[in-house]
Design a protein around this ligand. Structure first.
Ligand code: IDP
Length: 149
């Protein structure tokens, strides 16, 4: 299950983190894992995956009508992705906070995107990481990327 409330009141959650192909290509996989662990979260699963169009169409189903959808799928097919399940108290919100705003140009310094992202020079933002945005998304996305979990 994605979310359990322990007797001590801590909410232990799981979230799906992706180091996108730009991050893997630039050698930033270790840096992203380091930041997740330094924050105190644990790694429940890590796998290097070559995504397929089918997987990406399901993962990004909410964006299918956006003008950048095709470019987003092509970008995510451009190389391997590091898929990660991270676990910890409020990790869904916590990783979104580590990642920073979607646009790396304006993402706050101190965040993964703010420190390491660059202005994208193509039709899609290349912003190094993905993180689930809610318990429902986390559960759905972990099921897509890690069907055996
Ligand atoms: P998030 O990754 O910060 O949750 P979403 O709005 O869910 O952002 O968008 C998914 C991904 O699509 C982004 O991470 C980025 O790679 C890309 N993207 C989002 N909005 C735009 C846009 O306006 N132009 C180009 N690419 C975009």
């Amino acid at each position: 299950t994605t979310k359990t409330t322990q007797t001590d009141g801590l909410t232990v959650e799981r979230t799906l983190v992706l180091v996108k192909p730009d991050g893997v290509r630039r050698g930033l996989s270790g840096e992203v894992l380091r930041r997740i662990e330094a924050k105190g979260y644990t790694l429940a699963a890590v796998e290097l995956v070559q995504a397929t169009p089918e997987l990406l169409e399901r993962h990004y189903a909410e964006h299918v009508d956006k003008p950048f959808f095709r470019a987003l799928v092509d970008f995510m097919l451009s190389g391997p992705t590091l898929a990660v399940v991270a676990e910890g108290n409020r990790v869904i919100e916590g990783f979104r906070s580590l990642a920073g705003a979607t646009d790396p140009t304006t993402a706050a310094p101190g965040t993964i995107r703010g420190d390491l992202g660059r202005a994208w020079d193509g039709p899609v933002m290349q912003n190094i990481v993905h993180g689930s945005d809610s318990p429902e998304s986390a559960s759905r996305e972990i099921g897509l990327w890690f069907p055996a979990l």
